[in-house]
Design a protein around this ligand. Structure first.
Ligand SMILES: NC(=O)c1ccc[n+]([C@@H]2O[C@H](COP(=O)([O-])OP(=O)(O)OC[C@H]3O[C@@H](n4cnc5c(N)ncnc54)[C@H](OP(=O)(O)O)[C@@H]3O)[C@@H](O)[C@H]2O)c1
Length: 268
């Protein structure tokens, strides 16, 4: 999996959409994070097909939305995703959010059913990796107890100011790779004095500091950038290293730029 992915949520669907994806591909992004709910898979599929770059060079992720979170409908959702992206396999398929409302026996069974469908798709060789998103340890424990194939990835909101240390530790202990969604706190983190101070010490930008912090913690970030200069900057994080003190300072920042989306309280 290319370490830095390209987030595609809320890229405005207008006359610039396709050129945003085109410039990302030209700059070297090959890992695209998509989801059923983003409603842009067909447009992304068009750009990838028209790029002339072989499908095998891309790493494509999608996520099953709550509406298809069951054994019965997950396979249909997967077929729909492939059709929209115009590909015959995905590199990574995730359950977008855990079912976590109401009676635990009920939501645990719902996640387990969706996971059985994922295992079926994986064992048939129709997807290269399967995983989850927004699963905290108490969602993962019942899933792991029933799973025949362990989730390979967990995509979580992670950035300085919201490090999710317990979930990260749990995933690392279970061999689950963590990806960071909103690694820049949707942009709101980038004027934080701690990030600005560390950025100026290294002659880089706060965005690069936030992404580098992810890498150094063993987390794969998926920033979104529509601006060409941002896209370029977000790939250029391999020329400096944070000191252990800087890394700790970022990890221990008080809660900042949290999206407010907690898996146990969202309504989907
Ligand atoms: N699994 C989930 O539940 C979940 C939830 C949310 C998001 N995601 C995924 O994670 C991806 C990233 O998260 P996100 O889109 O919420 O937020 P983000 O990547 O944290 O932040 C995006 C914002 O940062 C700005 N930005 C990007 N690079 C920059 C740079 N170098 N300097 C200054 N500003 C910069 C962008 O501006 P411009 O656009 O103007 O360049 C945009 O406003 C999403 O696109 C989606 O694929 C997953």
């Amino acid at each position: 999996m290319p370490t830095i992915g390209f987030g595609t949520w809320q890229i405005p669907i207008n006359e610039h959409f396709q050129s945003t994806i085109q410039t990302a591909i030209q700059l070297g992004y090959r890992h695209f994070d998509t989801a059923q709910i983003y409603n842009n898979a067909a447009l992304i599929g068009d750009v990838i097909r028209e790029s002339g770059i072989p499908r095998s060079e891309f790493f494509l992720t999608s996520k099953i939305w709550a509406s298809h979170r069951s054994f019965e409908s997950a396979e249909d959702a997967y077929a729909m995703i492939l059709e929209q992206l115009q590909v015959d396999y995905l590199d990574l398929l995730l359950i977008h959010w855990p079912a976590a409302q109401g009676e635990p026996m009920v939501w645990q069974a719902q996640n387990a059913g969706t996971w059985r469908a994922f295992e079926k798709i994986y064992k048939a060789g129709a997807v290269r990796a399967i995983g989850v998103s927004n699963f905290l340890p108490h969602h993962l424990v019942p899933l792991l107890a029933r799973a025949k194939v362990k989730p390979m990835v967990n995509q979580l909101e992670i950035h300085p100011g919201y490090p999710q240390r317990a979930a990260l530790r749990f995933c690392m202990d279970h061999g689950i790779l963590v990806q960071a969604w909103s690694p820049l706190g949707r942009g709101t983190l980038l004027r934080h004095p701690t990030l600005e101070k560390i950025a100026s010490a290294h002659g880089v930008t706060p965005a690069q500091v936030a992404l580098r912090w992810c890498l150094e913690l063993g987390i794969a970030p998926i920033p979104k950038a529509t601006d060409f200069h941002h896209q370029k900057e977000d790939l250029d994080i391999f020329g400096f290293e944070l000191t252990p003190e800087e890394r700790d300072e970022l990890t221990l920042m008080p809660q900042t730029a949290f999206s407010g989306l907690h898996p146990d309280t969202v309504t989907f």
